[in-house]
Design a protein around this ligand. Structure first.
Ligand SMILES: NC(=O)N[C@H]1NC(=O)NC1=O
Ligand SMILES: [Zn+2]
Ligand SMILES: [Zn+2]
Length: 449
């Protein structure tokens, strides 16, 4: 009789208290022992000697577009890509699926797809728009991890932008429900009018796009959302923060007691405006990727723990929608397969950013902020979720490596240092040596705040 379901032996475990060489045993999906040497047998033993063992990552921000826009991405392909990058869980946005997740009925339709198709665990965001203020409670009962709103046009007409009245009443309601609001912060009027002016003058290049969404649009709106969060006491998360100045506003507000944090995305740390100019529409997103000077300051803020977590904002589309003038095409970047490996390359190898902090930014912090208990770290009682990493193994990303429905990404052709070799979800290997090796076994994650 085996005592354990799984023992990972001799790995370098990236634990909250630091990196340590130890064995780790899993029983009934949970970590039950961590020790220098675990005696006894298991159904399955993995020799992890030479590998760094990270907690499997949780991507707090993806758009898998299922149901309704499965010609852009699907839960099957998106969750597979995530697993190939060391991911064991994701929180899917209330758009760009169709219908958008704005009430319990549409939540349940998405849940049904995920229960059948998701390779890894999943939580769902509900949406907040002017039209569904009376649906927040039913969405909370469904178990959403929080609510997402856009201050500017969302790119999807059926997901209306949140005006200031909706922000105020919505945050008052969410305070009562005890759930966070994540806001895509760009000033609606400035972005709309600058974009209209650019179009009227036929100014549609990449630089014209940057000029139509300048840093002030984010900075102004972050400051406004902080004011409303301060007034209402609602927990606020700034989505995909892109400017050092806006991060400074978040830090200042936190220090006076406002419940606000921010997320950033790998591409704001890795790519610059010049890269976008070279790469073209594949690297178009909003807010736009900024200059090197801003990026250097953002890294300093990451080192200073001023950013709570790093997600992918995986927002793919039909590639035809990327074909055209820069200002007019779809904004969104496919990236959920490469977040951890990008951070190993650019944070750890290039900048000596500690591995333990990478684990916190991609896993532990996300689960803690959203109240997902027993997930996000290598510790007794937590889910047996692991990403095995060969820290010095390099690779050049090929389009064929991608599990996305559409094999496009701004990172194709880039050199990475740090390779995910195996991903284990609750004790079951879901990805190994370049292949998906499991059927869909994802479970729904609900917050327990
Ligand atoms: N609708 C949608 O996915 N929008 C995302 N794309 C992007 O580049 N920024 C976003 O918020
Ligand atoms: Zn957004
Ligand atoms: Zn997004």
């Amino acid at each position: 009789m085996s005592r354990y379901d799984l023992i990972l032996r001799n790995g370098l475990l990236v634990c909250p208290e630091g990196v340590k060489k130890a064995d780790v045993a899993v029983c009934d999906e949970k970590i039950v022992e961590i020790a220098g040497e675990i005696s006894g047998s298991a159904q399955e033993t993995i020799d992890a000697a030479g590998s760094y063992v990270f907690p499997g990552t949780t991507d707090g921000h993806v758009h898998f577009n299922d149901p309704g826009r499965t010609d852009w991405e699907t839960i099957t392909t998106g969750s597979s890509a995530l697993a190939a990058g060391g991911g064991v869980a994701y929180f899917d946005m209330p758009l760009n699926c169709s219908p958008c997740t704005l009430d319990a009925k549409n939540f349940k339709a998405k849940l049904a797809v995920a229960q059948q198709d998701s390779l890894v665990d999943y939580g769902f965001w509900g949406g907040l728009t002017p039209k569904n203020l009376d649906k927040l409670e039913e969405l909370a009962e469904c178990g959403v991890v929080g609510f997402k709103a856009f201050s500017c046009h969302s790119g999807i007409d059926e997901f209306e932008r949140m005006d200031d009245y909706t922000a105020l009443v919505g945050m008052e309601t969410l305070k009562k429900l005890g759930l966070p609001l994540m806001v895509h912060c760009e000033n609606a009027e400035i972005t709309k009018d600058l974009t209209a002016l650019a179009l009227a003058n036929h100014k549609t290049t990449v630089r014209d796009y940057f000029a139509a969404r300048p840093p002030i649009t984010e900075i102004e709106n972050v400051s406004r959302m902080i004011s409303i969060a301060e007034q209402t006491g609602c927990k606020l998360i700034i989505a995909h923060i892109s400017t050092a100045k806006a991060i400074e506003l978040v830090t200042q507000a936190r220090s006076r007691g406002v419940d606000v944090t921010c997320e950033t995305i790998g591409h704001y740390l890795i790519l610059t405006d010049d890269d976008v100019e070279r790469m073209g529409t594949v690297a178009k997103c909003s807010p736009p990727i900024r200059d090197t000077e801003n990026q250097t300051k953002m890294w300093a803020k990451l080192f200073n723990s001023e950013i709570a977590f790093v997600s992918s904002d995986h927002s793919p589309c039909d590639p035809k929608l990327k074909d055209g003038e820069f200002l007019k095409v779809w904004g969104g970047i496919s990236a959920c397969q490469t977040t951890l490996q990008g951070l190993l390359t650019h944070a750890y190898h290039d900048r000596k950013f500690p591995l333990g902090n990478i684990a916190k930014l991609t896993s532990q912090n996300v689960n803690e902020i959203f109240g997902i208990q027993g997930k996000g770290k290598i510790a007794l009682g937590c889910d047996g979720d692991f990403a095995l990493v060969d820290l010095n193994k390099e690779f050049t990303l090929q389009a064929d490596d991608l599990f996305y429905l559409h094999k496009v990404s701004p990172y194709v052709g880039d050199r990475f240092r740090g390779t995910v070799t195996q991903t284990i979800l609750r004790g079951t290997t879901v990805f190994k040596d370049g292949k998906i090796v499991s059927k869909p076994i994802g479970k729904h994650l609900r917050p327990n705040l």
